[in-house]
Design a protein around this ligand. Structure first.
Ligand code: SF4
Ligand code: SF4
Length: 257
């Protein structure tokens, strides 16, 4: 997920279909680890889920140790930021001399770099534009392999991240349209519930078991079990439930008739 402001789009070179860039990042590059400090690193719900898979922490522990949960000022949609260390370089807490300590489950922004992905949800699916972020500190462009945008995404294991993150962007776009049409942005209670559904699937599962919420929904038994046992299925349900409860969308989830 990337900033899609016009200023961002104007500053960077778009990587169109058929175009490629030459790149390699490995411990031998002179700038190794240079990009893992002083970051404004936003974590999507799927990023947080994958990071917790590596750290083995509950969402509560993860939030306490590594991240700050904020809300988008215009929408009230929860948004997680990774906290950098309080040292002179403001290093990412997972940066080690040998590289990223959570490499297999590193966040989507880290995987996508040095590309940036701007998305526009629409009726025909998500439209994507990809940009090359040529920053002076990054020496990875000096030698390497040629990649097109999709080859890079595949190489970095981004397919499940992009698919999950597109759901977050679609929810934000739907909420933005709702607010622009005169609806109210999420209040603190709704922001809290959305934070639970999106960023704390382990606790959302407990809430679902206790509240009986799923009993009031038209939900196949197989999916119900998956939601209670699998955090990815629970996150997917969380998006559908927020679509229904906040915006009245019934395509993916309906109250029992
Ligand atoms: S998560 Fe890993 S790749 Fe991303 S900034 Fe931190 S150390 Fe770097
Ligand atoms: S600055 Fe570029 S080449 Fe250097 S470690 Fe980061 S991504 Fe790799």
């Amino acid at each position: 997920m990337t900033d899609t402001s016009q200023e961002f789009l104007d500053r960077h070179q778009e990587l169109g279909p058929g175009q490629s860039f030459c790149f390699a990042c490995h411990p031998g590059v002179p700038c190794f680890n240079a990009c893992c400090s002083a970051l404004d690193l936003m974590l999507t719900p799927y990023d947080a889920l994958r990071l917790r898979r590596t750290t083995g922490q509950s969402s509560r522990e993860f939030l306490h140790l590594f991240a700050t949960l904020l809300a988008m000022p215009d929408l009230g949609l929860p948004l997680l930021h990774m906290r950098m260390l309080d040292d002179a370089r403001r290093k990412c807490p997972f940066q080690r001399e040998a590289g990223c300590a959570v490499y297999q489950d590193r966040p989507s922004a880290c995987r996508t770099y040095p590309l940036g992905r701007a998305t526009q949800p629409g009726a025909e699916g998500t439209q994507e534009r990809v940009f090359v972020l040529r920053e002076p500190h990054c020496r990875g462009f000096e030698a390497g392999k040629d990649f097109g945008a999709q080859a890079w995404m595949h190489d970095q294991g981004l397919e499940p991240y992009n698919a999950a993150n597109d759901r977050y962007m679609a929810l934000a776009a739907d909420l933005r349209r709702f607010v622009a049409g005169g609806g109210a942005a999420l209040g603190p209670k709704q922001t809290g519930m959305a934070g639970l559904a999106l960023y704390q699937p382990d606790e959302f599962q407990i809430f679902l078991r206790r509240s009986g919420l799923m009993d009031r929904l038209d939900l196949a038994e197989e999916r119900r079990q998956a939601v209670l046992e699998d955090e990815e299925a629970c996150l997917d349900f969380g998006y559908d439930w927020l679509g229904l409860s906040l915006l009245g969308h019934t395509e993916a989830l309906r109250p029992k008739g």
